[in-house]
Write a new protein. Sequence first.
Length: 305
Amino acid sequence: MEDMDQTPVQALGASEMKVAVQTESLEPYKEAVLSDCEKMRFGPEFCDLKIPDLKTLRLAHKLAEDAGKEFAYVTPPISNPNLEKIRGSLSFLDKLGSIEVIVNDLGVLRLLKKYQHLEPHLGRLRVYIPGRCPWSQITRMPNISYFSRKRVEQIFYQTALNYEPTIKFYKEMGVQAADVDWIPQSFKHYKELVQNGTRLSVHTYLVPVAVTRRCHTARLLREPQPTRCPRPCLNKAYRLKQETVGADFFLNGNVVFRYSEPQRDDLKKLSNMGNVEVVVTVGDLAEAVTERGLERTIMGLRGEV
């Protein structure tokens, strides 16, 4: 394991799609809101110790509003001690009008039914996709027949939302949109969801492979009191070399990511689906992995470079 270094990325190209920028802290948000994106997504996706206070949330919303951009609030899995903090955030946002809330916790999804103006949007942690793990890890066993491999592959790249009872449950809860990851082998399954009326937000570059309640980074750095964590993940990440499957991963906070670089042909397939937006996460890890600034990343996703 070593400190995060930079990894090159190639130029992209595709017809224009809506671009949303996501960040969990205010400083990169202030810069990102000036970019050529259509939507700002603010809030922690994975860790409830990073839930912003109302002053910070109010400022984030105002910055997006002043810039003429859509605003969405990102919420993580919630522990009981932070439930009231989320209630406060939702009550505040509900008074501002129609706002999309990205939900990674079933309890928060149920809470949203009490708020008239908040629109539930299913987060990545509520959309199970086996294909987030490396395919080589699943198929490294010897003597797997071709047909068995193809049958496993068909299941491996589906999402939980491709299972009819699951999507029915979420739609009954008011969900009309969901987050997924940049997994090109899953695109045909994403297309089915779009055709059935689900709007998709596709996260680029960093795919979460493993997420834990107990923070990997805090344990690695031997933080004595995780509930009072100084949040080193805001400015530090690690590259993990996994020799067994021959892949590199990236540890940031309580999440292990793998890298998935958008390619020109895949961008075209995604764009042709319609009703799809791409999400760019900003922060130290994202910048190191993509080796480019936000504006250039957005231009690449639109085929302008």
